[in-house]
Design a protein around this ligand. Structure first.
Ligand code: NAD
Length: 954
């Protein structure tokens, strides 16, 4: 549903009339004005003082994120210095005493670190920071162990306060981690026994909690959750399934449904889950939960919160190309939704509602809906936050749940960062309410939202409109159960016949003849046809996904990404052609006109590899065509059908058949075309060796001197230092090294990991590799599929055998089938051996534990390739220094190093990796076109009329 419609429905269903809303406001104000209600504690005050938009706010958050996790003192002190010097602490005028003290301390710390006594001061500053971080942690976390937490809850708990224990941690990356979390939950339930509630994150129970992996995760997750519920039932306590990202919601509800209906859990009314008001679909979710509870004859506990992943939901939808955001883009709409959902929950016969919020207006609204019935619901606060309002409610007889995180301090950082963000955000209710003027905090969401036609936030661009000059490609939402099912049912590979090109001379002659008229049509005309081709690609989604899976061996995620990239290339170069191919008038003397035109070079030969049989194939073609060339395109011999289908579509879109000519064949056909003396340029993507062959062929051709645009191989590495976040680094290593079975030019080949960080990183990596599923491309649960053909697989196997003789296998994945094109991912520790000289084009990761990343990088630079390079560090100073040191066309920091987006990450290398310009970049069309300048003497016929006629300016 689009946001405007969704909000209009909310306005229609809004449960509070004018009089009720006035009462809501009054009650909220009264709660807030009670003594001590919104004073907050020291830490809260401190957080309120930092604007998260400022350098100080960011530095503080980044410090909190990485400090306690960094294993060695030297790196910790570097981190500290970077963060303290990065911000101008003195500039921020403080709003309260605590903040001003904190800022002075930080200023001092920074001064000391920069002073000559820093050798002594460094450890002191480190100790202070450690203590500060520890204090923050203790403020938001009830205890490091469940026993500690229980004790604290006993000491600090008040009447009508119920603790809900949340075992902290990140989602499981490995089956081992999932097992450990599972055991942890069991232990916690047994310890808490009868005295509270436990919150369970499903992502902790399985490392593949994804809709695409339903076949793998559903049964074990149901079984694990059922076992925990049974335990909770035996210990007479409640268990709440926590809310997570929207893409897991369908799966989560289906797991809930299976557990809720389990015969062993009848007569237990302790099962519950959290729902998030920021999701447009939450009213529907509440209906489903009510029906579920009714069908299973139980009461479900449902906790309504505003939502915990708003910023990441926005980014995810933009990156994945989803047409709509699952969340509201304006906070007011979420507040509106909160009341509509609350009403639904209070009305539902089989739901016992809990409301988690720190917003006095929302809670007062809930109280209004419950018409003074203090036992109709429970309200919840987060431990360490919002004590005041809840205290006021407790005094009125309401029951307060305290959501209390439990876990070792180094595991709590993502949680801590969330809390910092919440406290520091300018729109946070707590922040607004802590100011002198509360009118902003108490603005009525119904009136605000209803004052004008609901609109999505103008500063948050939906995926389709991320770019100002072109449409972005969109994609199906794989996290939605029904959408995924429909997609899988429709994917098919059409039958396509292919004939090898015979007479390359004739093809060149045809292309040559067609080029001038095509060029004369103008950039706008050509761009329009490329956009038509993009539209045709969109319509043929299912056929292309089928072909990419069938012929190219691509997994569903890879196939979608490639199909999108092809669409983006067409639209991007169309937009580029319109903007940069226009004639350009130069400044010069009066009486002369100087205009530089750009035109196509002639007949271009485009030679592409099999590993991106659609995106690279069409990317080269789109660039060459929009620039005004005719094209003879030779696809890789392994993937002719995809090329054939794409070219048929291009002709269907109106690109003349002689302007775009397909020449199927192997290297011999390629050589015949690139050796032809009538061609005007070559675009080549493929191996370094073939790139050199083509360069020599062009050099020795008797014809004109023509350009070669080459994108070739890489020897790509990633450097991980000890300040990196291990889970994130390992996610990115797995994706970069084994995504597309390592058959990407950008793929990670060499992992450089700092000695000090190696143990943790490699342990996690091993576990994460064990969870990779190797299987057919058509199975959505497959992580890694086959190599392109037997020859490629045999080559990779040989290379692996070689490595095994000198290195130690960290992990080798299993493959159960009998198709010899499969080579399961392998990681080999090669520490102490020389770095490789060239890429192994498959899922093979060579690991080097090194004492000094910089030295290792220099050696790799010297190999002469310069394509991609990854860096994982939390040290800004190091980010910059490594970026300077690294020889690569594309450097990726704290993310994966594959999957460059057209026009966003212009892609390509130098040295042995290519000539440039980058693909999908802003210089590309300059290389595919040439300049033609005309200088006209406008004064030739007896004088310069416009100059002579000029009036004095006096
Ligand atoms: P390849 O070099 O074997 O083949 C590429 C293309 O060149 C094919 O169409 C092939 O038929 C053609 N060809 C072969 N011999 C030729 C000759 N003598 N004259 C003209 N054309 C000839 O590469 P591949 O195995 O298809 O692809 C994998 C390689 O491509 C890897 O090295 C990878 O790193 C590289 N690659 C680079 C990029 C990049 O952007 N830098 C992108 C994708 C792939």
């Amino acid at each position: 549903m689009n946001e405007t419609d969704a909000v209009q429905t909310l306005l229609k269903d809004y449960p509070l009339d004018d009089a009720a809303r006035a009462r809501v406001r009054e009650r909220a104000l009264e709660w807030l004005e009670r003594p001590a209600a919104h004073k907050g504690e020291m830490v809260e005050q401190l957080l309120h003082g930092f604007d998260l938009g400022s350098a100080e706010g960011r530095a503080m958050m980044e410090l909190a994120e990485a400090y306690l996790r960094t294993p060695d003192a030297a790196t910790r002190s570097l981190l500290l210095r970077d963060k303290l010097t990065q911000a101008a602490w003195q500039k921020n005028t403080s709003d309260n005493k605590t903040t001003s003290i904190a800022k002075s301390l930080l200023r001092m710390g920074r001064g000391v670190l920069n002073s000559p006594v820093r050798i002594v001061a460094g450890p002191i500053a480190a100790l202070t920071t450690e203590a500060g971080m520890g204090q923050l942690a203790r403020h938001f976390v009830l205890g490091e162990t469940i026993d500690e937490a229980l004790k604290k809850a006993q000491n600090e708990g008040r009447e009508r306060e119920i603790f809900s224990f949340d075992i902290l941690g990140e989602g499981a990356r490995t089956e081992g981690a999932a097992q450990a979390y599972f055991e942890n939950y069991k232990h916690a339930i047994a310890r808490v026994s009868g005295t509270g509630n436990i919150s369970v994150k499903l992502s902790a129970l399985h490392h593949k909690f994804e809709e695409t992996h339903r076949a793998v995760c559903f049964v074990p997750m149901v079984e694990r959750l059922r076992e925990l519920c049974l335990l909770a039932k035996n210990h007479t306590m409640n268990l709440t399934v926590d809310a997570e990202e929207e893409r897991r919601l369908d799966l989560m509800l289906d797991i809930m449904e299976a557990v809720s209906g389990d015969a062993t859990l009848t007569n237990w009314n302790g099962l519950g889950c959290a729902v998030q008001a920021y999701l447009k679909r939450t009213p529907e979710t509440i209906d489903r939960l009510q029906n579920m509870a009714k069908a299973h004859n139980r009461i479900l506990w449902v906790r309504l919160v505003k939502g915990a992943y708003w910023d990441s939901e926005i980014k995810y939808a933009q990156v994945m190309g989803h047409a709509h955001f699952p969340v509201y883009t304006q906070k007011t709409y979420t507040d509106l939704s909160y009341m509509v959902c609350a009403h639904k929950m209070l009305q539902a016969s089989h739901i016992y509602p809990a409301f988690g919020s720190h917003n006095a207006l929302s809670l007062s609204g809930v109280a209004e809906l419950a018409q003074g019935n203090v036992s109709a619901f429970e309200t919840q606060r987060l431990f360490g936050m919002g004590d005041g309002i809840h205290e006021a409610m407790r005094a009125e007889g309401y029951t307060i749940g305290v959501y209390a995180p439990v876990g070792p301090h180094h595991d709590l950082l993502p949680y801590l960062v969330r809390r910092l963000l919440e406290n520091g955000a300018n729109t946070s209710f707590l922040k607004l309410a802590s100011g002198a003027d509360m009118t902003k905090a108490l603005r009525d969401p119904y009136e605000r939202a209803g004052a004008q036609t609901p609109v999505p936030h103008p500063a948050i661009r939906p995926a389709a409109h991320l770019y100002p000059d072109r449409l972005n490609s969109l994609a199906p939402v794989l996290g939605h159960r029904d959408e995924l099912k429909t997609l899988l049912a429709h994917i098919h590979a059409p039958a396509i016949s292919v004939t090898t090109a015979k007479d390359t001379d004739a093809l060149v002659a045809r292309a040559l003849k067609a080029q001038k008229p095509w060029d004369k049509k103008g950039a706008d005309h050509r761009a329009g046809l490329l956009e038509k081709l993009a539209d045709a690609l969109v319509l043929q989604q299912h056929a292309f996904l089928g072909l990419l899976q069938d012929e190219g061996g691509k997994t569903i995620a890879d196939a979608i990404a490639e199909w999108r990239e092809a669409i983006d290339f067409c639209r991007f170069y169309a937009a580029q052609a319109r903007s940069i191919l226009e004639p350009h008038t130069q400044f010069g003397p009066d009486g002369e006109r100087n205009i530089t035109h750009r035109e196509g070079r002639g007949a271009f030969v485009c030679i592409s590899p099999w590993n991106f049989p659609l995106a690279i194939f069409l990317g080269q073609i789109a660039a060459a065509l929009t620039a005004g060339n005719s094209v003879i395109a030779k696809p890789a011999e392994q993937t002719p059908k995809i090329a054939q289908f794409a070219v048929e579509l291009a002709h269907g879109a109106g690109i003349p058949k002689d302007v775009l000519i397909l020449a199927h064949g192997d290297g011999k056909t390629g050589a015949a075309l690139t050796g032809h003396s009538d061609i005007a340029g070559v675009a080549f993507t493929g191996s370094y060796e073939v790139g050199k062959i083509i360069q020599r062929a062009l050099a020795s051709s008797p014809g004109p001197i023509v350009p070669l645009i080459a994108e070739t191989a890489g020897l790509n590495a990633m450097a991980v230092d000890s300040s990196a976040l291990p889970e994130q680094a390992v996610d990115d290593i797995i994706l970069s090294a084994f995504g597309s079975a390592g058959q990407r030019c950008s793929a990670l080949r060499i992992l450089l990991v700092e000695d000090k960080a190696a143990a943790r990183i490699l342990d996690l990596l091993k576990g994460a590799m064990a969870g990779l599923r190797v299987g057919p491309a058509s199975d959505p649960a497959t992580d890694v599929s086959r190599l392109i053909d037997l020859e490629a697989a045999d080559n990779v196997r040989k290379a692996i055998a070689n490595l095994k003789s000198s290195g130690a296998v960290l992990h080798e994945c299993a493959y159960a089938g009998d198709d010899a094109r499969f080579v399961p991912p392998i990681a080999i520790d090669m520490t102490g051996q020389n770095f490789p000289d060239a890429e192994i084009f498959g899922p093979v990761l060579q690991i080097y534990r090194v004492p000094n990343l910089e030295d290792a990088i220099r050696t790799i630079n010297a190999r002469g390739y310069a394509l991609t390079f990854g860096v994982h560090t939390r040290l800004p100073g190091r980010e910059a220094a490594l970026f300077d040191l690294i020889e690569a066309g594309n450097v990726y920091i704290n993310r994966s190093m594959i999957g460059a987006t057209v026009g966003v990450q212009p892609f390509g290398g130098h040295g042995r990796s290519g000539t440039g310009p980058k693909a999908g970049g802003y210089q590309t069309l300059y290389a595919y076109s040439r300049e033609k300048h005309v200088a006209t003497n406008t004064a030739a016929a007896g004088g310069n009329a416009s100059l002579v006629a000029l009036q004095d300016s006096l």
